[in-house]
Ligand binder design. Sequence first.
Ligand code: NAD
Length: 369
Amino acid sequence: MRLKIAVLAGDGIGPEVTREATNILRAVAELGGHEFTFVEGLLGGVAITATGSPLPTATLDAALDSDAVLLGAVGDNKFNALPPDKRPEAGLLQIRQALGGFANLRPSIAYKALSASSPLRPEVTENVDILFVRELLGGLYFGAPREWNKETNEAINTMRYTRDEVVRVARVAFELAGKRRKKVTSVDKANVLEVSQLWRATVTEVAKDYPGVTLEHQLVDSMAMHIMNTPRNFDVVLTENLFGDILSDEAGVITGSLGMLPSATIGGAVNLYEPVHGSAPDIAGTGKANPLGAILTAAMVLRHSANLEQDARAVEQAVHQVLDAGYRTADIARGSQAGQQTVTTQEMGKRVHQALTESIDRRQSMHAV
Ligand code: NAD
């Protein structure tokens, strides 16, 4: 298997966590005999310092010429005085737009070892494994007209979807559900909004092509409650842009730390992979950054761009194993609990690397017998 990965580590803790994620990808390549090449590019504050632009042409070209883009995080307080379109974050928005992914995937997983990190009770979060599929290019964030008229004191945004936009993201959700627990929950507000009525009718129609997958519809307001009360009931949750933005953040509390959350945006020219967190300038350079969100993002690269499902699962399993063994970065350490050890970014990366190598070695020797 050959894969060219553009690595845009970015600012703050971006390079620290991305280093651990690429180490994991290198280990998978080495152990499995795959050829992964890594092309580094500048994005965000580091790109502004070096070139004056948050997304230099060379970076965009390298991204478009790759099979997958792995991003760290962008953002640096020293550029806060710049206008929004010149800041590091503008580079991120531009590259997301240029790559054109329309389906944003965000897993929300409960780790048994971290049950104390979530504000929800362990019996509620136990075995939760939700995958959000959020439509990313349509809806209220992009619909026209949009305006704040300061003279009339009136503002408008437009929630707009076409049938085709709903079909393509719904297909992603059903395909993924088919490989998981075979259930799609589609979220809308069809009792009030025409856009949601189109959404519901279209998703219902797409579902006919996937007879092995169960479809249920939920209204967004009651869904906000169900996610907290009975998160175990959900497998793939399909949403439009705004609802997905809010609900996936809400579900982030199930995992317990921002540093644990991965994401992928697929369906465009090249898939884009990034941990959910930002550049965390408050802890950059201290070794306190949790690299597990970035490492789990690397697992998504293996699953969605390399079609190496077994290796993706091995990485996720290695993360579970290291957490079960008591290793914690500062954000997920809870006091001085017995059996826990607080480790640095690098140490955490090394532990996952070790657990992963052992599990791939075991798998290979079983195959060799
Ligand atoms: P943030 O996600 O960077 O940090 C929020 C809090 O979570 C901080 O206390 C931070 O220390 C902690 N945190 C985040 N990631 C962590 C990790 N991996 N391990 C341990 N702790 C972690 O959000 P913010 O502070 O609002 O923003 C900081 C900068 O990042 C800003 O410039 C913002 O614009 C940018 N940002 C970038 C992205 C992105 O690149 N995708 C996303 C959000 C924010």
